[in-house]
Design a protein. Sequence first.
Length: 140
Amino acid sequence: METFNNELIKLVERANVIVKTKDFTNVLNTVQHMLEDKNMLVFLEAIKTVELLAVLIGSKLQKQLKAFINVIAGKYGETKTAVIAAVDKTLGAIVKYALTPTVFSDVCLNQIAVTHKNPRVKQLIIEHTMGQFVKTLDAD
């Protein structure tokens, strides 16, 4: 997955790259399994992949990214700063490139912040994610 991410980074760095709409089911299923892995290095690579896919493909993956937000936000339960930073960066990319502000805030507030079992996840989803959300609105 690291090699795959390196190739995605090259595409992101190029100007005006257009990614055709294809069936990304295999990639998305692999990412989903990696996000659920207990090994920190594995799920960090998957989080990075979601970020890069959000930048490259954007709103074409809106349905899949909504499902990923739940799993990624669950990583706020981790105490390592690298994990928190990766989650922040990825959720920022999702709200900037892929989901509309309404959909993003609905998923974060109405689904995660209200229903998640872990109070740390609830707290950080509101503090970090909604803070980024407000910054993106201010930038517009």
